[in-house]
Structures are given as structure tokens and as C-alpha cells.
Design a protein around this ligand. Structure first.
Ligand SMILES: [Zn+2]
Length: 245
């Protein structure tokens, strides 16, 4: 392929822009905020599980406590009824004794139930504290995640601005170069990440291998408008005064 030395040199400018664009794309893919957000999502999911478990514990205790409340209410109702019977008198001695006995039993029962309920209420207080702690952690993490998302979006916007700027510079540069040269360059660049490199001091700028012997002689003998490619990496080697030929 033939191309003027000037066109070949401008291929290096195009490559510089494409390298910058590749770095921007790499930066977009590897933003530290992306890893932070992944970690935050995992942490949030684990905390959400923890919150559900803590809520279930509180709900179970509430259910048990209300069951005790109901039992205690029943005992109270019976005590009131027995007391009324006692107060109105009537009935025989045996019946009064039985009522008194039952009242004593009901008092013990009420006391037992209230003790048990109190214990559950203490457990509930602890369970609620645990739930509150998880909810606070979740709120904190959500806040951090939102801040990270903001930082990520700002970084994305900045990368996009730079990409648009570079693409804006690339367009006229590529349009000015011979189409067949750009096609070849783009093909090599898409395959290897680098389409053209400066031959500097006898060394290919693509693969860093030094030319010698017949290879060096071939490049030295090639007319200036020949598009020369590296035997090793197949990239376009652009020759300038720095090439050491
Ligand atoms: Zn090479």
C-alpha cells in the first residue's frame, strides 16, 4: 500500500487519539465506584435479610405477648366474677371456700402470667433494639450508596465529555487521510489495540522489537510512500527522522 509520508505521520496523531479513547473506555469500565457499588449491593442484600429476620423476631414476640395479655385478661375477668359472688354472699360454706380457693389459684396464675409476660417484654425490647440497629445501618449504607452513585455519574459525565472531545478531533483527521490507509489501520487497531506505531531508533513502537539484518534493510530500502509493516506484530510502522534509518 502507498500513502504519503505526511499521511503516515498523521496516522500517529490518529493513533494517539484512539489510544486516549481506549484509555477513557477502560477508565469507564474500571471506575472504583463500580466495585464499591457492587460491594454495597451485596452488603445491602445481606442487611435486608438481617432486617427481615429481626422484624420476624419482634413480630413473634408481639404475638406471644398479646397471647399472654389475653390469658391475663381472662384470669382477671374470672377473679372479678368470683369476687362478686363472694361479696354478694349466698351459697353454702363449701361454695364460699371453693371460691376463695379458686381466687387464690387465680392470683397465683395471674402472677405467673405477668412474670412470663414481663420477661417477653424485656426480650422484645432487645429485639427492637437489634431491629433499630439494622435499620440504622441500612439507612447509612443507602446514603453511602447514593453518594457513590453521584460520584460515579460525575465520573461518567466527565469521561463522556472527554470522549466527545476526542471523537470530535478524530473525525476530521480520519476524513482527511486516504480511506484505504484508515481501513487498514482500523483493522489492525481493532485486532491488536494499536494500528500504527512510530519506528523509533530502529525499534517497532508496537512490539518494541528491534529491526536488524534483512528486515532492517527492507525497511531502509522501502520508498518513503510505502506503507511498511512490522514483520513481528504486523502493525504499520511510521518512519520519521527519529526512526534511525
Ligand atoms: Zn512490531
Amino acid at each position: 500500500m502507498k500513502a504519503s509520508p505526511e499521511a503516515q505521520r498523521r496516522l500517529l496523531d490518529l493513533q494517539a487519539i484512539d489510544t486516549a479513547l481506549a484509555q477513557l473506555a477502560h477508565r469507564r469500565r474500571t471506575l472504583p465506584e463500580l466495585a464499591e457499588l457492587d460491594a454495597a449491593a451485596r452488603e445491602l442484600s445481606a442487611l435486608e435479610d438481617e432486617r427481615v429476620r429481626a422484624q420476624v423476631t419482634v413480630d413473634d414476640l408481639d404475638r406471644d405477648i398479646s397471647r399472654y395479655e389475653k390469658d391475663i385478661d381472662q384470669v382477671r375477668t374470672r377473679k372479678v366474677r368470683d369476687q362478686q359472688r363472694l361479696d354478694t354472699g349466698g351459697g353454702g360454706v363449701k361454695e364460699l371456700e371453693a371460691l376463695q380457693h379458686e381466687l387464690a389459684t387465680l392470683n397465683r396464675r395471674q402472677s405467673e402470667l405477668e412474670d412470663a409476660e414481663l420477661e417477653l417484654m424485656e426480650q422484645r425490647e432487645q429485639a427492637q433494639a437489634a431491629l433499630d440497629a439494622v435499620v440504622a445501618k441500612l439507612a447509612d449504607l443507602n446514603e453511602r450508596r447514593t453518594a457513590t452513585e453521584t460520584r460515579r455519574d460525575e465520573a461518567f459525565a466527565e469521561i463522556t465529555r472527554e470522549q466527545e472531545f476526542k471523537q470530535g478531533a478524530r473525525k476530521p483527521l480520519a476524513a482527511d487521510l486516504p480511506a484505504d490507509l484508515v481501513t487498514l489501520y482500523d483493522k489492525i487497531r481493532l485486532d491488536t489495540g494499536l494500528g500504527a506505531a512510530l519506528l523509533r531508533s530502529g525499534r517497532c513502537g508496537g512490539c518494541r522489537i528491534e529491526l536488524y539484518g534483512a528486515d532492517l534493510a527492507r525497511v531502509k530500502a522501502a520508498p518513503a510512500d510505502d506503507v511498511v509493516r512490522c514483520e513481528e506484530c504486523r502493525r504499520i510502522m511510521v518512519r520519521t527522522s527519529e526512526s534511525g534509518l
